[in-house]
Write a protein that binds this ligand. Structure first.
Ligand code: PLP
Length: 284
């Protein structure tokens, strides 16, 4: 029987260090049994310490990438990451305009966790007016939620403001707090607010927010309810971070393939790899 591999469409930036952005999406979605189809919105130059620069992809090229896959495949979920500016937001909104029933997960990328800007100052307004009213979920951290809803006095009030714009769920992540545990708050439009507390892991990580939003997209694509998808995605992300590794000299990266790491054969030339002849037959 054919295996059900839901297709998830992601819009985001390319990070050549492999920590965040599209590569984080692709690894997460693949690890969680989905087929990622990826539209690049920006090309960044960055390593595990800092963003050195980025360029945006033209709206017409964003639309062309999206049209190519959407003309060919049905997608179960759409997810957005680094969008940079209002023109990109408009292009993404136009690309998914006919997918009204497909849940849209928005990771509102405004800056890196080292504080470097990844968006123009007008991005918040475009997200507020164009994407968030049609989103099934938005996953801001504390600095992001304050920038998205600056009028609101508390993080709870920020989340309520965003729900008021039409977004159906908010997951406010607590990694930027200075509490011992990391407290994430999940809100829906029926007044539910559920908290989930995780042991804070030591060290600094690059790409955790992208991993979390992509994992939510993956579980929703498998038909899991939003509340259960959040719980499962938080567990997956925490385990990816706990198994994290440090390939460069800066932040650690989540190991999103921690559950799939291959058992490698012994290295070539070691004793156990020498050829032995088996069987009793003789060759003439
Ligand atoms: N680069 C890209 C392309 C991203 O999409 C993001 C976050 O979504 C970042 C960098 C920043 O990642 P972090 O906040 O984990 O440093």
């Amino acid at each position: 029987m054919a295996v059900d591999i839901p297709v998830v469409l992601v819009f985001g930036g390319h990070d050549p260090s492999g920590g965040a952005g599209i590569q984080a999406d692709i690894q997460t979605l693949s690890a969680l049994g989905c087929h990622p189809v990826a539209v690049i919105t920006a090309i960044t130059a960055q390593d595990t310490s800092e963003i050195k620069g980025y360029t945006t992809v033209k709206p017409s090229d964003i639309l062309a990438q999206a049209k190519a896959v959407l003309d060919d495949m049905s997608v179960a979920v759409c997810k957005t990451g680094m969008l940079v500016n209002g023109e990109t937001v408009d292009a993404v909104a136009q690309a998914v305009a006919h997918l009204k029933d497909v849940p849209l997960i928005v990771d509102p990328v405004l800056a890196s966790n080292t504080g470097q800007k990844l968006a123009t100052s007008h991005l918040e307004r475009s997200l507020q007016e164009v994407l968030l009213p049609q989103a099934a979920m938005v996953t801001p951290n504390l600095p992001e939620v304050r920038r998205l809803a600056p009028q609101a006095a508390t993080p709870d009030a920020c989340a309520q403001t965003i729900l008021g714009w039409g977004c159906r769920h908010v997951l406010l992540t607590g990694t930027h707090d200075d509490t011992d545990g990391v407290v994430h708050r999940f809100y829906d439009r029926n007044g539910v607010c559920k908290t989930s507390t995780w042991r804070r892991l030591p060290g600094e990580y690059h790409g955790s927010g992208c991993t979390l939003a992509a994992a939510i997209a993956a579980y929703v694509a498998h038909g899991v309810s939003m509340g259960d998808a959040v719980d499962a995605a938080l567990a997956y992300t925490w385990n990816s971070l706990k198994n994290g590794f440090r390939p460069g000299s800066g932040q650690s990266l989540p190991d999103r393939l921690y559950a799939q790491r291959p058992q490698l054969p012994p290295k070539f030339g070691t004793e156990s790899n020498t050829c032995t002849t088996r069987g009793s037959g003789t060759r003439s």
